[in-house]
Design a protein around this ligand. Structure first.
Ligand SMILES: Nc1ncnc2c1ncn2[C@@H]1O[C@H](COP(=O)(O)OP(=O)(O)O)[C@@H](O)[C@H]1O
Ligand SMILES: [Mg+2]
Length: 262
């Protein structure tokens, strides 16, 4: 039944590979997305949300994608990270042509390599902070002792050591956000995808989180793709990409442009 449904889906239209620009030639990318398009149906009409996006990110880079609300940031993140198949284009992540893989292999790729920090926290109401983090490590088949050690370390990293045994109803919004971040980082993913990771955080906690993401990138070689409209994050990025109305408007925006907006 499910297979029959899958077969009816149109095959993804591959973007023609454009000739690399001189500065791109021979480079190895952690993420190489080309020609990404996505449309959604809104009532009777199709709305083009991503209109052909190329995104090239080096290993160990922290890239911020900034743009107004509704410009397609979350959709782009989902397409690049294997969460939502684009209508057109290709994504090569860690040398894997992601959307060519069957669904279960994409899921396995994400489990093995990706950490996600979402706008919503997606915490389980019945689990303590420590258990929230450990459950991911259990999926990765870590033993119970290693799980506990890694979860404790990750929660300490986001300054939540004292909240380890609290359930979500006893945590503030900012603390929940930091649990979600600890959960994403505990498995030391090679790719980190963050969607408005500091939206529930005050300035100080926002700094804690961004400092941690920088550390993951610079000490462990993780590649970080973070979408946000929070100008305060500009200072933590290696590079800022701007997006407007489904198109990239700059691949190397000047952080100073954002510094004065707050
Ligand atoms: N699943 C969906 N179905 C229909 N429209 C969607 C869906 N996801 C996003 N959109 C629309 O696409 C546009 C871009 O959304 P999004 O990528 O979430 O923007 P951003 O993250 O930059 O605020 C918005 O107009 C939004 O309403
Ligand atoms: Mg969004």
């Amino acid at each position: 039944m499910i297979n029959a449904l899958r077969k009816k889906k149109p095959e993804i239209e591959e973007a023609p590979a454009p000739a690399p620009r001189p500065e791109e030639a021979g480079k190895r990318w952690a993420i190489e997305a080309r020609g990404i398009k996505k449309s959604f149906k809104a009532g009777q009409v199709m709305v083009d949300v991503l209109k052909g996006i190329d995104l090239l990110i080096e290993p160990g880079e922290i890239v911020l994608v900034m743009g107004p609300s509704g410009s397609g940031k979350s959709t782009l993140l989902a397409a690049v990270s294997g969460l939502m198949k684009p209508d057109a284009g290709s994504v090569i992540a860690l040398d894997i042509n992601l959307w060519r893989l069957p669904r279960h292999k994409i899921d396995r790729f994400r489990l093995a390599n990706c950490g996600f920090i979402f706008q919503g926290f997606n915490l389980f109401p019945a689990l303590t902070a420590s258990q929230q983090v450990q459950i991911v490590l259990k999926f990765m088949k870590l033993g119970s002792k290693d799980r506990k050690t890694a979860a404790d370390a990750a929660l300490n990293d986001v300054h939540l050591g004292h909240r380890m045994h609290n359930r979500p109803d006893r945590l503030s919004g900012g603390e929940k956000q930091r649990v979600a971040i600890a959960r994403a980082l505990a498995k030391k993913p090679r790719l980190i995808f963050a969607d408005e990771p500091t939206s529930a955080l005050d300035g100080e906690n926002g700094n804690v989180v961004m400092t941690l993401l920088r550390k993951m990138a610079k000490e462990q070689g993780a590649t970080v793709l973070c979408v946000t409209h929070d100008a305060r994050l500009a200072a933590f990025a290696d590079r800022i990409i701007t997006i407007e109305d489904g198109r990239i408007t700059s691949t190397n925006a000047d952080p100073a442009m954002f510094a004065n907006h707050h």
